[in-house]
Design a protein around this ligand. Structure first.
Ligand code: PMP
Length: 425
């Protein structure tokens, strides 16, 4: 029946007397559009070995070569020969899919090996893979309140949507502390019953401002008030610390973090997510989390690719140095040109525009006129009035690319008459 309908939509064939699904869906899209939040995908074809270059297909079908300046493949590992070859070999040896959930025939050898590698990277007893970082956060945080009845969660105000979803879905008591404000966190911890189970959920690198949490200070509070620490290192893993295990490694506080959560999709360059923690914590989450139990496990090619990537990242600190150098150079060059770079202490280079229309316009003109792809970041991802462009340089963004970007930004800043001095951050 569906095949006969061809491209005709199913919802449009219902009788007018019944509920009008089509309008309801359309209204919801129109609402997003009217709030200026309607998103248009950039259709990019990545070309192997040419990162950060990509070929963009326009709506009219024509092609354009672009430099990607907003990739979360921070080190280009998604194109690295060691990773790509490991994935190809895994397909040749094991085929395409995992064949089931972890509990029902889907526990592949490379998933087990990857979990062991990840656990040792973070100096934890065990690790557990999930479909994505989003799922790792949602599944773990929502399950912890089932495992620990009465658990009170203290969550940083700027935590990622996946952490918020997990904490909400857990359904237990939660308190939001002002972003990176340890005094506020302490006030909230002190007000909670002394013997209640508690968990502090926070991130190391916050990806919109590029600021970094005070891990040691948060751990000290957790110890004082008997709380567990849950740290999202999604924007730090692979990038910080002597072996790339994240900010906790850089700051020498790996053992103060009870549960670390990361993605395989950013600096590691593939896809998937994980937690690492004491074996008993991982065992409990593995046993209770629906988002882990009832879903097909990652295909062997992904886990083999991630394993190769992690091993490479551990052994190549010079990649991290080059990455930091590129970020520092871009910040300096933009600042010298009078472009208002927000004060970021990490590899993220946020540029303040402060107006959604200008932000979109500059992003569109960078793309069409200069072949520079950077996504505008507007409300509600960031507060109104702080709209920005967010650049993520990699070790593969060379001097010529930086020259071209700074020159284009300089021209567009004059063209659009956007303030050159940084707004108070
Ligand atoms: N945590 C943070 C802080 C993130 O920014 C993201 C993704 N943008 C995630 C978790 C989810 O990770 P993934 O993309 O692997 O689902």
């Amino acid at each position: 029946r569906r095949a006969q309908l061809g491209s005709q939509s199913c919802i449009s064939e219902r009788s007018a007397a019944l509920f009008d699904y089509k309008s309801a869906f359309q209204n919801s899209v129109d609402q997003v559009r009217s709030e200026g939040r309607y998103r248009v995908f950039a259709d990019l074809k990545r070309v192997r070995g040419q990162f950060p270059l990509a070929r963009r297909r326009r709506a009219d079908g024509t092609q354009q070569d672009v430099v990607v300046w907003c990739s979360n493949d921070y080190l280009g590992m998604g194109q690295h020969p060691a990773v790509v070859e490991a994935m190809k070999t895994a397909i040749d040896l094991s085929g395409a899919g995992a064949g089931g959930t972890r509990n029902i025939s889907g526990t592949t050898r490379s998933a087990v090996d990857l979990e062991a590698e990840l656990a040792s990277w973070h100096q934890k007893e065990a690790a557990l893979l999930f479909t994505s970082g989003y799922v790792a956060n949602e599944a773990t945080l929502s399950t912890l309140q089932k495992i620990l009845p009465g658990l009170i969660i203290f969550s940083d105000a700027l935590n990622h949507a996946s952490m918020i979803a997990g904490i909400r879905n857990g359904g237990g008591e939660r308190h939001i502390f002002r972003h990176n404000d340890l005094e506020h966190l302490e006030e909230l911890l002190a007000a909670a019953p002394v013997n209640a189970p508690k968990l502090i959920a926070f991130e190391s690198v916050y990806s919109m401002d590029g600021d970094i949490a005070d891990l040691a200070g948060t751990i000290a509070l957790a110890k004082k008030y008997g709380a567990l620490t849950y740290l999202d290192e999604v924007h730090a893993v692979g990038l910080y610390g002597a072996t790339g295990a994240g900010v906790a490694e850089r700051d020498g506080v790996l053992d103060g973090i009870d549960i670390v959560e990361c993605t395989l999709g950013k600096a590691i360059g593939v896809m998937g997510g994980y937690i690492a923690a004491d074996a008993v914590i991982v065992d409990a989450v593995r046993s209770w989390a629906s988002g882990f139990i009832f879903t097909t496990s990652l295909p062997p090619a992904l886990t083999a690719g991630a394993l190769a990537s992690v091993r490479h990242l551990k052994a190549h600190p010079e990649l991290r140095e080059a990455h930091q150098e590129r970020a520092a150079t871009l910040k300096r060059r933009l600042t010298e040109a009078g472009i208002p770079v927000l004060p970021s202490v990490s590899h993220i280079v946020p540029v303040h525009v402060g107006n959604p229309v200008h932000c979109k316009l500059i992003s569109d003109m960078l793309l069409e006129d200069f072949g520079i792809y950077v996504q505008p970041i507007n409300y509600p991802t960031v507060p109104k009035g702080t709209e920005r462009l967010r650049f993520t340089p990699s070790p593969d963004h060379d001097d010529a690319m930086i020259d071209k970007l700074v020159d284009a930004m300089d021209k567009l800043w004059s063209h659009c008459n956007v303030a050159r001095r940084p707004a108070a951050a």
